[in-house]
Design a protein around this ligand. Structure first.
Ligand code: SF4
Length: 98
């Protein structure tokens, strides 16, 4: 019986490289005092864990590790909770293994 070790998402993401476009985040969270259900969902839905709660209980994003999967776009852009666009040319994730 061939038993393979499980592959973790974090291990796969480690191989990617990112060119950060400093000062030009391609995803922005709408200013809020209390996060909407959509924003709270992003804390668990983003595979790269770009979304976090800050000390005030608001959802923040750090786009440096974004793999541009579009999950947050589907969840929170229609409600206006985030603004999503592709990074400027040459910036963003650079996949090493497809
Ligand atoms: S596009 Fe994907 S990886 Fe990037 S912030 Fe949204 S959910 Fe996370």
């Amino acid at each position: 019986m061939n038993v393979e070790s499980p592959v973790r998402v974090e291990d796969k993401l480690y191989h990617n490289r990112y060119l950060v476009d400093i000062g030009h985040p391609h995803v922005k969270v709408r200013a809020h005092t209390t996060p909407s259900p959509q924003l709270l969902a992003l804390l668990k839905a983003c595979p790269a864990r770009c979304y976090e709660l800050n000390d005030n209980g608001q959802v923040e994003i750090t786009v440096d590790g974004c793999i541009e999967c579009g999950t947050c776009r589907v969840i929170a852009e229609p409600t206006g909770d985030i603004e999503w666009s592709h990074p400027r040319g040459g910036y963003g994730v650079q996949f090493k293994f497809g």
